[in-house]
Design a binder for this molecule. Sequence first.
Ligand SMILES: Cc1cc2nc3c(=O)[nH]c(=O)nc-3n(C[C@H](O)[C@H](O)[C@H](O)COP(=O)(O)OP(=O)(O)OC[C@H]3O[C@@H](n4cnc5c(N)ncnc54)[C@H](O)[C@@H]3O)c2cc1C
Length: 402
Amino acid sequence: MTTTHFQTLIVGGGNAGLSAASQLLIKNPSLHIGIIEPSEKHYYQPAWTLVGAGEFDIKDTEKDEVDFIPKGTTWLKDAVATFQPEQNQVTCRSGAKYTYDTLIVAPGIQVDWGKIKGLKDTLGKNSVSCNYSFDAAPYTWELIKNFEGGTAVFTNPSSPIKCGGAPHKIMYLACDYWRKKGILDKCDVHYISGVGAIFAVKEYAATLTGIVNRNNIKPHFLSNTVEVDGENQTLYYETKNEQGETVRKEIKFDLCHTVPPQSAPDFIKNSPLADPNNPFGYVEINKNTMQHSRFPNIFACGDCTNAPCSKTGAAIRKQVPVVVSNLLSYLKQQSLKEQYDGYSACPIPTQYGKLMLAEFDYSNTPKMTFPFDQTVPRWSMWVLKKYVLPWLYWNRILTGKA
Ligand SMILES: Cc1cc2nc3c(=O)[nH]c(=O)nc-3n(C[C@H](O)[C@H](O)[C@H](O)COP(=O)(O)OP(=O)(O)OC[C@H]3O[C@@H](n4cnc5c(N)ncnc54)[C@H](O)[C@@H]3O)c2cc1C
C-alpha cells in the first residue's frame, strides 16, 4: 500500500477539524490538506438540548459531511487507528498510511456509555434518555411532554464532558414545561452530580442556584451515578457519608436523563500523543499555543485536548485561529505568537424563551461579550441559541469565516 503525503493532515472532520481546514485555506490557499473523517454525516450537537425540549427538529442537526468538506482539501474517508509521530505518520483502520509535515488532531471526545452499568441496554426506553445521543434526544422530549408527575432524576458525571451545562440545561427546561402544564408541584426533581457545585463560575452559579431553588430541585453533589436499572426504574449512585466512606444509594424514578462519563477516544488514549498524567487520556498540548508538548509539528483542538477549558464549540471558535496561526508560523520556522486564554461559553436556558450566556476563561473569570449583565437570563440570548448560532455554525464557522 502506498503512503500519501500532506503538508497538513487533520484527524477528524467535526467542528474543530473543518473550521481549522477552512481557516488554513483562507490564509494559505495553496496548502495541501488531507482530512481523515470516517462519518458520512456531520452533527450540530449543541441543538440536541433543544431537541430534548421539543424546540428543534433532530433532522436539522444532521447534514452530509461531503457538503462541508472545504473545497481544495482531500477527504480521506477512514478512521485513524494509530499514530507514529516519530515518522510523521498515521495509520488508518483500513491499513492506509498517511504522512504529514504538520498534524492537527481533532477527533472529539468519547461518551463512555458503558461506564454506567445497564445504561446501554435501557437508553431510549424504560423512561431513560440522554441528549448526548442523536438517537435518544427526541425520546427526552417524549418523556418530558408526557410526564404527569413523580420522581424525575437528572445526572451529571464527575469527569470533564463536552458542554458541562447540558446535563442541567434540560432539567431547567423540563421544570419550566411542567410549571406551565400545572404539574410542577407533583414533580420531585433530583440533580445527581459528580461535581461539587452547580457551575464553576460563581457569578453564573448564583443565577443557577436561584433557578434550582425556584423549581424546588434537590441537588446531590459529589454523587456519581454508577448503574441504571431501567426495568425496575431505579438509579444507583455513590457518594461519601459523614465518615468519608463511599456509600451506594438508590433512587426510584419515573423519568431519568443521565449523562455518562467521557474521555479521550480510545485510539488517542492508547497513543503516544496522550498526556500520561491525564486520567482521561487527552492529547498533551501547551494550553496556550495548542502545540503538542513533545511533538512540535502536531497541534490539537476541540474536545480531545488536555487544555483545562470547558469543552464547547464556543471554545473551538477561539482555539482554531490560534492553531491556524501557530501552525503556519511553524511551517515558516517562525516562533508561535498566538495564545488561547481558555475562553469558553455555555448558553444555559433557564426556562423556555430565556437563556443565560455564561462566558469565561481558564481562571473562571467572566468574559462577557455583550454590553449588559450576562448573569441575567434574557430572551435575546435564547434567540441567539435557537436561531443565530445554528445558522452561524453551518454557514460561517465550518467555512472558516467566523
Ligand atoms: C448535548 C450537547 C449539547 C451541547 N451544547 C453546546 C452548546 O450549547 N454550546 C457549545 O459551544 N457547545 C455545545 N456542545 C459541545 C460541542 O458540540 C462540542 O464541543 C464540539 O462539537 C466539539 O467539536 P470537535 O470537533 O472537538 O468534536 P466533534 O464535533 O464531535 O467531531 C469529531 C469528529 O472526529 C471524527 N472522528 C472520531 N474518531 C475518529 C478517528 N478515529 N479518525 C478520524 N476521525 C475521527 C468524528 O466522526 C467526528 O466527525 C454540546 C454537545 C452536546 C453533545
